[in-house]
Design a protein around this ligand. Structure first.
Ligand code: MG
Length: 359
């Protein structure tokens, strides 16, 4: 029986984690449930799963991870980082679906994980695909990683069209069904930039060995190129329950999704990522290369900008402008302690807010 402490239990990933638990009650149980604000949904889940702890994030006890085998970090945003660090310090296996933990806190998280020899398992479909292609060994040798990107709903839009898209347009993702923030981040391709930074930390690769390619069908979930030119990919219908379940049980695999029907799929397509039309991608990769607090500033500004876009306050291209402004205004420092990251996050939010609202 694997006991799961689930952080972000009412979000898109959290709900799918609980689907997996419902499907295999003899394999999984829930020791803790934490969510941001949705008290009603939380109490319904508490009644169903009977965890030792069920609380809102601001009421989480210090020994939140005491009883669990796996800390499943499915909360979205910078706030997820503190849970990842807490789980690492408690010496737990971590199933990581929170991107910001590695984007912002990669140095801190990997230091804890490596010092304690912890099992850090990626849940994101791309990183799960790479993990599988590497034979579940994050440290295995390879030549290059190629992340696939659906390209989002605006892949072939002109710059004029991009200037006019609305929040409702951005929330209509062609292949994946996800939360609002990540769906917008997929439309700006910021999400793919985040995943490149995550890959750097997860697989210890320099940025020149990590690329991205557009694959509109979202069937090939990413590829690893090896020294001899062999490329190994993982394929499947877009269904997050597969990487969620595998993160909990690997190397064992339990029945989950339907087999691919290749003749029904027909052709799969790949194309170059149109970086010039989606500046958020470049901003993310540059922030990742710059290191220190730059990715934290990028992320803090993006969280503010995406909220402003969703409420109709700014246009789609202004998301990138807001992030660029925050990166210009907030000076870089070393990302060697959590407090420094929190300060950079606050300064980035302030810079983004002042850029958007002119305060
Ligand atoms: Mg992904």
């Amino acid at each position: 029986m694997i006991k799961i402490a689930l952080i972000g239990c009412t979000g898109s990933i959290g709900r799918q984690v609980l689907d997996v638990v419902r499907r295999y009650p003899e394999r999984f149980s829930v020791s803790a449930l934490v969510c941001g604000q949705n008290r009603e949904a939380l109490s319904a889940l508490e009644g169903e799963f009977r965890p030792a702890v069920a609380c809102l994030a601001d009421k989480a006890p210090p020994d939140l991870f005491g009883d669990c085998d796996v800390a499943f970090i499915a909360a979205g945003g910078f706030c997820g980082l503190s849970y990842t660090l807490q789980a690492a310090r408690a010496g737990k296996k971590i199933a990581l679906a929170n991107k910001e933990s590695l984007v912002c806190g990669g140095e801190l998280v990997m230091r804890e994980v490596e010092a304690r020899g912890l099992d850090l398992v990626p849940v994101d479909s791309e990183h799960s695909a790479i993990f599988q292609a590497l034979g579940f060994r994050r440290g295995a040798p390879f030549r290059k990683l190629v992340l696939t990107a659906s390209g989002g709903p605006f892949l072939h839009f002109t710059e004029e069209q991009l200037a006019r898209v609305t929040a409702a347009d951005a929330l209509r993702h062609p292949t994946w069904n996800m939360g609002a923030k990540i769906t917008v981040d997929s439309a700006t391709l910021l999400n793919k930039g985040y995943e490149i930074i995550e890959a750097k930390w997860l697989y210890g690769a320099g940025f020149d060995r990590i690329g991205a390619v557009v694959h509109p069908e979202s069937i090939v979930h990413s590829l690893v190129y090896f020294e001899d030119g062999a490329a190994v990919a993982q394929l499947g219908y877009p269904d997050m329950r597969v990487p969620i379940q595998l993160a909990l049980t690997y190397p064992e695999r339990l029945p989950c999704a339907a087999d691919l029907d290749l003749p029904a799929l027909g052709a799969l397509h790949f194309e170059r990522l149109p970086e010039e039309k989606f500046p958020c991608f470049r901003l993310a990769v540059e922030a990742g290369r710059a290191g220190g607090t730059c990715p934290t500033v990028l992320n803090g500004a993006a969280e503010v900008a995406v909220r402003a876009f969703l409420s109709g306050r700014i246009t789609f291209p202004q998301i990138a402008e807001t992030i660029g402004c925050a990166l210009d205004r907030v000076p870089k420092s070393a990302a060697d302690c959590f407090e420094t990251l929190c300060e950079a996050d606050l300064r980035a939010r302030a810079a983004a807010t002042s850029f958007i609202y002119g305060t």
